[in-house]
Design a binder for this molecule. Sequence first.
Ligand SMILES: NC(=O)c1ccc[n+]([C@@H]2O[C@H](COP(=O)([O-])OP(=O)(O)OC[C@H]3O[C@@H](n4cnc5c(N)ncnc54)[C@H](OP(=O)(O)O)[C@@H]3O)[C@@H](O)[C@H]2O)c1
Length: 321
Amino acid sequence: MKAWVLKSVNQLPEFCEVPVPESKEGYSLVNLTASSLNHRDVWITKGKYAGIQLPCVLGSDGAGISEGRRVLINPGWYWGANEDVQSRAFRVLGMPDNGTFAEYISVPREFIHETPPHLSEVEAAALPLAGVTAYRALMSKCHPIPSHKVLVTGAGGGVALFAIQFALALGCEVYVTSGSHMKMDRAIGMGVAGAVNYRDDDWMDQLKKMAGGFDIIIDSAGGDGFRHLVSLSNPGGKIVFYGGTLGNINGLNPQTVFWKQLSIMGSTMGSPRDFAEMLEFVDKHRIIPVVDEVFEMEEWDKAFEKMEQGQQFGKLVCIHS
Ligand SMILES: NC(=O)c1ccc[n+]([C@@H]2O[C@H](COP(=O)([O-])OP(=O)(O)OC[C@H]3O[C@@H](n4cnc5c(N)ncnc54)[C@H](OP(=O)(O)O)[C@@H]3O)[C@@H](O)[C@H]2O)c1
């Protein structure tokens, strides 16, 4: 079968011929019809990921056909019994285990789920990793209600867009930041109440003017700007971050955090319960993942370059057949 295999870091994966995986006891073979890219895949190609073992077929997200059913794969394996935190056995599909940028994959049956019927193969492949990360960060950690004001930073990102869609589906008033006016306009078109450009020096003042303050903030940037999120939080507010694109958080004022009784939480992917609830929520609200571009399998390397340049609004999807 054909697959995109990473053979060494600091280069893109290679499109090559590899053996079809053998099915083992408790596993099922999935004929993958589509897969999607996550920033994790890009970090891995750059060697910026713990525990890299090569060669490896990359890819955490996949949809396809298994035993006659339309399925998608939960990429978070062996979470363990504690809902609060993953076990030491936790692993993410696509490193070190061979991932979804291939024609076939063999997957433990417990991680195979029926595709919500309203989703196409392309849409289904866009959902798993980003969807469960957004679901846990927003829903499981913050328990939003319709009266909440929610800020999602970096509106163009895969996870961020699901957080926006989930919060809008609940009826929350949603605001976003983005580095591009085109992406801000796209977010407004989806129904967000306001958008500001994080490249403006006064982005936090603009948000304060627009919204007052926020009950929930979902962030993946970290860095120096994070301290402004604390200022923008309403008393009793919750800030969840699942990424650290801009590096270490500096200049956090402890007095503001404790006086406002803020909860600042980290979040990573999600448990099997989060994943199942996310699928139910997507099904109930007929949520359709935002897909930026679909690539043929042979040209999938172009998607890595596009994500690195940050041009996308939504998910980059690879169609396998
Ligand atoms: N902990 C976890 O389980 C988990 C899961 C998934 C992802 N992540 C991490 O989360 C990050 C995003 O992942 P993704 O797959 O959604 O990536 P992506 O689709 O490539 O999105 C990149 C994101 O970074 C935003 N961004 C860039 N510069 C920014 C800035 N100065 N301020 C605010 N936002 C900025 C972009 O916003 P605009 O495009 O709107 O400018 C966009 O939302 C990555 O670091 C990834 O490794 C963690």
